[in-house]
Design a protein around this ligand. Sequence first.
Ligand code: URA
Length: 261
Amino acid sequence: MTGTARFSGGGFVHVKNPHLEAMDEDVLYHLDLGTKTHDLPAMFGDIKHGMGIPSVSIMLHELIKLLHHAKCRDVTIIRIGTSGGLGVQAGSVVITDRAVDACFQPRFEQVVLGDVVVRGTDLDGGLVEELLACSEAIPDFPTLVGHTMCTYDFYEGQGRLDGALCSFSNERKLEYLKRAHDAGVRNIEMESTAFAALCGLCGLRAAVVCVTLLDRLEGDQIRASHEVLQEYQQRPQRLVAAFIRRRLGLRAAAGNTTSSH
Ligand code: URA
């Protein structure tokens, strides 16, 4: 692993978070590892990540150029993925009506040549309604419309107490998350504002559909089993598949109770 982590006595990495010691188990969700389920000292190795605004931005620049070179018209683009819920049951699917930043503002700030450029994050309201209508044919999980908060970080940036750094109390964390909820935020992820801004500026009709893996008002760690998480992750895909079938005038898939048109 490369990086600039600071090492304390004995060469060990120093984790500056008093909350970690009190935890019975630490589940490292993105790495699919846990301190109880895995022998982490024996398994330590190189890790590569592809998530968040830098990854989605690079991918979109090249995808949008591809669509341009291919002379595609009337393109609809939907981001599907996972998120943390806010006051909603784990496994709920949130269709984003507004992508907001960590201050609950509908904006995406991009530094360009040293200047902060602020871009709007409007999404297509018609698509939100169409997607919601499709969800009626899939009654086996809750689907709702709400604001989605996009952050630059999974831990401190989303008010988690279980990162390698944490400078706030549980009370301040909950006060922040409740303010977000009062502002209309129903889920938190790490791509939607950049996605909405870039797609909007390039004339693509865009939507964001994410499943919630936990309710952040109840905790920070993602503790659902691998099987449950696998099933949750299919939910946005099932909703978007229903949307595509509806657009193409195809019948509903087996297992969905009503037919689409
Ligand atoms: N993705 C996030 O960004 N946050 C969560 O809590 C879960 C998935």
